[in-house]
Design a protein around this ligand. Structure first.
Ligand SMILES: NC(=O)c1ccc[n+]([C@@H]2O[C@H](COP(=O)([O-])OP(=O)(O)OC[C@H]3O[C@@H](n4cnc5c(N)ncnc54)[C@H](O)[C@@H]3O)[C@@H](O)[C@H]2O)c1
Length: 258
């Protein structure tokens, strides 16, 4: 049988929020392409199950690790786990995120703060710890931030979420600039509506919304987690060796940044 091309042979990748949805698809896709993956999440049992499922598919190099991205000690421990288990860290995917939809006039301060705590502080803390490790290793690296098409467009009730994702885009550009001299590439993916629990939590409450989202896409469907994982695979691989500081929209034409 012809083996598929292994785009991430022996690379070590840490993925946050990887117990389900887009993060899970990224962990599985990276492992299928030869990476050693650290599956991290606050949902420990689910993360363990993802790592076990990856191992069961003949990809022997997956471990699960509890990680709340907003807790500095958790972040340090997760990076150290990657290094002590697999010897190094090459790729970080900042995927963990939360969505708390409210009109601005109704927004509870706690939901605003949680959104920034996970989406922005979490991305900063994980990126800082990973970048320090990559600089110590001296062989470059790759950071991928899962932002959102919402960073560049207005949707009702997404004030905190859109602002947090726009902050991630700013962070992506500055990190790309500062870390380029170490050979560390930093890019963002901006998913459009993607079929995960996060989206279902919103669409289940609003009859017809899923169909409306499908109709907005030029391709007539919402994205799958695999669509986003494929974009992450490309950005993590040598095929994107000269791409940094960019924001790749994966929305089937739901959002066109022209
Ligand atoms: N689904 C979409 O339509 C969509 C669109 C644009 C962007 N995104 C982004 O994609 C990413 C993944 O979202 P998803 O759709 O798979 O959602 P999801 O809710 O299915 O998965 C998010 C994961 O993040 C984890 N998480 C939450 N808080 C955490 C914390 N403090 N520390 C560590 N992990 C934590 C959750 O436990 C969960 O496993 C998010 O950043 C989200 O904002 C999703």
């Amino acid at each position: 049988m012809v083996q598929p091309m292994q785009l991430l042979e022996s690379q070590v990748a840490l993925i946050t929020g990887a117990a389900r949805g887009i993060g899970r698809a990224i962990a599985e896709t990276f492992a299928a392409h030869g990476a050693h993956v650290v599956v991290t999440d606050i949902l420990e049992d689910e993360a363990q199950a993802v790592a076990a499922a990856i191992m069961a598919k003949d990809h022997p190099h997956a471990i699960a690790q509890h990680l709340d991205v907003s807790e500095p000690e958790d972040v340090q421990r997760a990076v150290m786990t990657a290094v002590t288990t697999f010897g190094k860290l090459d790729i970080l995917v900042n995927n963990a995120g939360v969505l708390r939809p409210h009109l601005i006039v109704d927004m509870p301060l706690g939901d605003w703060e949680l959104t920034f705590r996970v989406n922005v502080r979490g991305t900063f803390l994980c990126s800082q710890a990973a970048a320090r490790q990559m600089i110590r290793q001296g062989k470059g690296g790759c950071i991928i931030n899962i932002a959102s098409a919402c960073a560049k467009k207005a949707d009702r009730e997404l004030g905190a979420y859109a602002a947090s994702k726009a902050a991630i885009l700013g962070l992506t550009r500055v990190m790309a600039l500062e870390l380029g001299e170490y050979g560390i590439r930093v890019n963002a993916i901006l998913p459009g509506a993607t079929d995960t629990q996060m989206l279902r939590d919103v669409t289940d409450a609003i009859p017809g919304m899923l169909d409306a989202l499908r109709a907005k896409s030029a391709l007539g469907r919402i994205a799958t987690p695999q669509d986003q994982a494929n974009a992450a695979l490309f950005l993590a691989s040598h095929l994107a060796a000269h791409i940094t500081g960019e924001a790749l929209v994966v929305s089937g034409g739901e959002f066109m940044d022209t």
